[in-house]
Ligand binder design. Sequence first.
Ligand SMILES: Cc1cc2nc3c(=O)[nH]c(=O)nc-3n(C[C@H](O)[C@H](O)[C@H](O)COP(=O)(O)O)c2cc1C
Length: 179
Amino acid sequence: MDFKECIETRRSIRSFEDKPISDDVLKEIITEASFAPSWKNTQCARYIAVKDPELKAKIGKCTSAYPHNGEIMASAPVVVCVTALKSRSGFERDGSYSTDRENGWTMFDTGVATYGFTLACHEHGIGSVIMGIFDRDDIEKVLELPEERELVCIVPIGYPAESPACPKRKTADDLLTII
Ligand SMILES: Cc1cc2nc3c(=O)[nH]c(=O)nc-3n(C[C@H](O)[C@H](O)[C@H](O)COP(=O)(O)O)c2cc1C
């Protein structure tokens, strides 16, 4: 799959085959995602791949604002919790903010890394959906996440059992101003 095909045909996948993903494939995907750019190469994104059915079900229950996300999580063979090391991206060594975006670069870097992760999944024939709606505090407790890390998003992944159409995109004319 070339770059154009990969970027244009990746879709959010919310229905998965009952087929496991090998640890070797997971490691290849994470290695590919590691090539994402990041603030001063701080590489703050960390991934927790939850395969354990009980743990997956526990996480899936922490979706009170949008239980459909929980159903998708429970049905995926792997639920990847994308976490970030705090106080790295956008910070100086003395702990002060580098810019007026303050802590915003942590989210930025993790988002960049997560998109690379989803493209790498797609290239391996694995579907994914980035999720932002979940009970963050509760899932951080379920994961026993250390204080220096925060949960940013959750990405259920698996071999796709659907091939959704591409939601309409804005055109380059809508998106681009050349001055
Ligand atoms: C930051 C972010 C949060 C999202 N949260 C959810 C979510 O909670 N549940 C869900 O089903 N999809 C979620 N999505 C997926 C979007 O709905 C999807 O990317 C968008 O509709 C475009 O479709 P596509 O990914 O197939 O191109 C999220 C995507 C992003 C980038």
